[in-house]
Design a binder for this molecule. Sequence first.
Ligand SMILES: C[S@@+](CC[C@H](N)C(=O)[O-])C[C@H]1O[C@@H](n2cnc3c(N)ncnc32)[C@H](O)[C@@H]1O
Length: 537
Amino acid sequence: MSGHHHHNHRRRRSSSSKTSRSNTSTISSYLEDVSEDNFEGPKYEIKTSKIMGRYIVSKKEIKPGEIIITEEPLVIGPCTDCKVQCLGCYKDLEKEQQINKCVSCGWPLCSKKCPGLRKTHGHTQIECTILQECKSASFLNYTNLEELRTNFQALVPLRCLILKTTDPSSYAILMDMESHNGIRKNIPDLWALNQARVVDRIIKDWRLTEFTPEEIHTICGILEVNAFEIGQGVNIRGLYPTAFLLSHNCVPNTNHTDEEGTYHLTIRASTRIPEGHPVTLSYAYTLQCTQKRREHLLENKFFECKCQRCCDKTELGTYSGALLCPKCDNGLVLCDNPLNFDSSWSCNSSGKYCPGYSINANSIRVLLNRISHEVEQIDSNDICAMENFLQKYRNVLHPTHYLCLSIKVSLSQVYGRISGYLIHELKDKPLIRKKDICHEILKVFDVIEPGYTRIRGVTLYEIHAPMMILLSRQMETESMSKSEIKAALRDVLKYLTEAKVILSYEPEHSPEGIMGKAATDALIQIKDWEKIVGKIK
Ligand SMILES: C[S@@+](CC[C@H](N)C(=O)[O-])C[C@H]1O[C@@H](n2cnc3c(N)ncnc32)[C@H](O)[C@@H]1O
């Protein structure tokens, strides 16, 4: 199921709308809410297609940064592949000396004072009573974490089933979602695992016999297909009453944040969405290559993506899946037919400048898995190891191959930020390296994560420090004219200004939110330069 990322909702952030308005007056914040979210009614309408089922299109042009959907979850809880978590606040409890238990039901709870205790999206009274009355704790083996974890897989399905009596209208919305039962029934491993971990747990172990196996399997499917992975530093998933309708695209035009504690979800346009266009998000990692994304979508969302990026063997010119040809100097090894999982790959110079090179899909898969494994072993604070990796594969992977890209994203953030590599200690060479990496990855993000996206916001921020330091060093060593200085500052200003806008959508206290504040401060400092060189813009 969710694999690792539901709608690509890794470490999504909460909405900043509440926090950023905390010091406005009640009436003005009320008016703002109304005009932004409700006043003109929804900005979208629901359509249906044979291939996609229901999906959302914009009713009128939507600008970058505009809120499209903002809503409370129907249900929240641990992910399928979660650790042993607190039932109230979802804190990971596996590292605790001794796991605290709820005195009534016996399930893990961080403490008696857990903020999620008796809360709608935490450990509710009714859940506690049900888990207690069915003696579910007798199946919890606290000496074996691995076994203990499996019990959690039935928890969100149980929470869905509870809605049937406590909130029938929410249950109806939920049960109207796509479960892909027809397809999932024919995937023996998947169905059997759900049978064992969820259906049998609820019906046989807990003896909650008022639910049918079919009903529970449907809920499993609905969660697999529709849940958002959310939470900050906690591994949780949630179903939302409208946002599930967003269709998938490998170059999405929205992004989303979820608010800490309330799990309130906000979907914003990241790019301009013309009237009548589908409003999309990515159910897969946008930074992976086509083969990986399409496999994920087929295995976890049960459809074959045929978006523009998937159709194009260059991935819109980003070459995020391209290998370098071992037979010639400049050739790139690309997939001959990216919409076919078994397609061969070949050198795009074959027959011209290359004697010819071709390799089958499976060999590519094996190679990628091997190199991915290597990437996973690299500590993302180890600059040497990351640079060595790039050196080692410089004749194998395209410089913006997604595996290089993930390393470069880490490098772009770590240069200047860790001991031995603090920004003011860096020599010109590593400073230039940081700046160049930022430029290189931004060019890719401009295509596959365009507009107001978190990764662009962060990278636009990262690029400013090396630029500023290099500029001031240059001014010390050579004489620069005011207009040269102004031109350099104008560039920095452009990056920082956009970083500030993008990061202002992030929760105040998240790493990105804090970075947004730093961008604001840096902008003020640059404005100070105007006293010396005159107006920059
Ligand atoms: C979260 S649901 C979206 C809502 C769903 N279409 C419905 O009517 O309930 C995800 C499912 O929608 C369909 N879908 C979404 N995006 C698609 C796309 N780009 N191509 C094909 N099917 C898509 C697939 O069936 C997928 O499993």
